[in-house]
Design a protein around this ligand. Sequence first.
Ligand code: EPZ
Length: 419
Amino acid sequence: MQKLLINGKRELSGSIKISGSKNASLPILAATILCDKVKLKNVPLVKDIFTMLELLRFIGLSATIQKKNGIIQVKSNKKNIKTLAPYNLVKTMRAGVLVLGPLVAKYKKAKISLPGGCAIGTRPVNLHLFALKKLGAKIKIKNGYIVAEAKNGLYGADIKFPSISVGATENAILAAFNAKGKTILRNCAIEPEVKDLIKFLNKLGGKVLIKGRKISISGSTKNLNTTITHEIIFDRIELGTYMIAAALVGKKIILNRIDPKIVKKEIEILKKMGVRLKVNKTSIEIIKSLEIKKINIETKPYPGFPTDLQAQLMVLMIKAKGKSKIKENIFENRFMHVPELKRMGANIEIKNKTAIINGPSKLTGAEVMATDLRASVSLVLAGLVADNRTIINRIYHLERGYELLEKKLKNCKARIKRI
Ligand code: EPZ
């Protein structure tokens, strides 16, 4: 099995082009089920995207990738569509459940494997099913599968989510877009990735409007027969990860192809921690902090601080002077990086949903592993700032969501290699 080897304590300098967002690409790829021909630009070529393409091909769409420039083209074949998402594909990538909405809306039925457990929490799909039922689908759970049917198609409805979910909001938008009549969704997730999906759908001839946490959808069931082109938004979590890397070990790092307006919260928190950054129109320049200050934060739905950056920010807190706290409000088991960071020398306690980080601690390299994408990348950050050598196992987690991680870091003079 491949490992990453990092020799830490090296100052980084140079520039990094931020890739397109994985979590925006996945629902937009699910949306291609509703379309004839789609051309997507700036798709990150990471494992989760390949799994989603495999699922679309299984369903009966044709999908091609131009690896050189991250362009993906998807075409509907109209014939031989299977309204099935099998266990082997959904279990490796939970976002597979996002094909439920478009399949039921367009083909009036779907059989989707329940994703099952996940390392960061139980992650049920009850809110996805709640919305689909309100739109008129009959749903049963049978042999580990969600079996959904809407014999007469879906109908618009007024739906209020009992709690905020990114995936359930996306699935409901996708289903409502092909339903008859208008839908109003309330208490929605309004992550930039949800907004990118809406931007894409509005190119298909429907009308999706967003106001606060309310989304109204007057969909379109027409086939347009023209190619819809869309450029995926930048990956704000990848940006945040490299911002933290630069705050830890950056001589001067420039992060390009971004929109700073989307990461206001992250910029505000890093500034409070004493990170020196210059915000330009489409880039951010960051220099290592002279002294990192402690901070208390909580993860929240957008525009709050993202759970997907919690593990990475914790590494910066290890280097901050004093006691910092992070409360994880989104997932119940997202502190799996903590035991590994402690093995590298961090002083962290967990009390219920809160991690208390007593800093600053000196980190020393160790052999480590993690069980999810963001926890793994936090170990890369720890390895970059630690003394000696860090070996990271199970790097397939990183491959699920970070495009060209080693190359991007190596270009900034990090001593990192795959063995
Ligand atoms: C999306 O997951 C992201 N994945 C996650 O990215 C991200 O951590 C998460 O949103 C929160 O921002 C994609 O976009 C593909 P949720 P999602 O539904 O949609 C509970 C990464 O590292 N919930 O907003 O699955 C759930 O258990 C990842 O890239 C229900 O109770 O997250 C959680 O506690 C991992 N019932 C909370 O809501 C439901 O039906 C928020 O989850 C659905 C969710």
